[in-house]
Design a protein around this ligand. Sequence first.
Ligand code: PAP
Length: 336
Amino acid sequence: MANAKEAVAVSPVPFADAGDADAVQDHRVKEYAGAISALPSNPKLRLRCYQGTWVRERWVPGIMAIQRSFTPRRSGDVVLASPPKCGTTWLKALAFATMARDAYPPAHPDHPLLRLNPHDCVPFMEDLFAAGWGSKLEALPSPRLMNTHIQYSALPACISTNPGLKIVYICRDPKDMLVSMWHFIRKTSQPDLSFSDFFEGACDGVCVSGPIWDHVLGYWNASKASPETVLFLRYEEMLRDPVANARKLARFLGHPFSAAEEDSGAVTNVVKLCSFEKLKNLDVNRAALSSFPFRSDVFFRRGEAGDWANHMTPEMARRLDAIVQEKLRGSGLSFA
Ligand code: PAP
């Protein structure tokens, strides 16, 4: 599994900057069309139910290809996992800035995050593999950094049971996740989607990466069973104390901030560089993206906790909370 690039451990390279001259497009993804058309569908949200999770139809061939052909390395791979709209963009920025800080000091005026959106620094595996370009990951030096929305039980064993690979998971109060997702869908594809219809579906488990409780539980249980390979983060806790969470992330990734770095303000600089206000106001984050068919600014809306109260009635909130609480009962995890 190992390849020559593993020997040269530097820092993650921004994906958009990586050379991919050797990459070969895998056209076998087209063979999945028959299998996909047989999956249960939700045409309104353009979802398919694959292995128990509702996922965007365009991701299904990518998930199948990841399950079949993702090639891990013996060490150094880091997978950022999340349900959508739970802080993926923020986590991509933080993980990249933390891991790459020796090569790219966070306060440097030429830092890659000042000219590249976090999604152009850290590749989204489902889209990459769905396009047949999974081999572009081979061009990256170790440590590689990538992200997925795949639920834990659908990860290939080479990811979920690989002691040399680390998973960082982030989740969020499902109420805020749904509100964020609804805004995103309205902006990018379905301006007419009503919140109440969307909410009803989500309560039945039907939303992107739903049922959300299954997604969260899979990674929660994995983090309890294997805390050295799965780190479980929460968006609200990161908002409350981003510096402590950046330290936790760096420790987990095996590159803790040294006393000298602490003294020089490196942790604070990472947090500032990746803050909502900083990223949202960069020119690059108002422009077109190379990795998605929409503009970068859709990933930066309010960046706060509790916006659900502006969209849900207290009754709706109580109902969703009760469903989630029931599903998580006995796990030790709660969003209350
Ligand atoms: P993705 O899963 O599709 O990549 P993701 O980045 O998880 O999306 O979700 C975007 C949410 O994260 C938005 O939340 P909101 O709709 O409630 O506002 C976005 O504002 C928020 N977000 C993006 N960047 C940051 C950041 N640096 N700090 C805090 N929140 C952020």
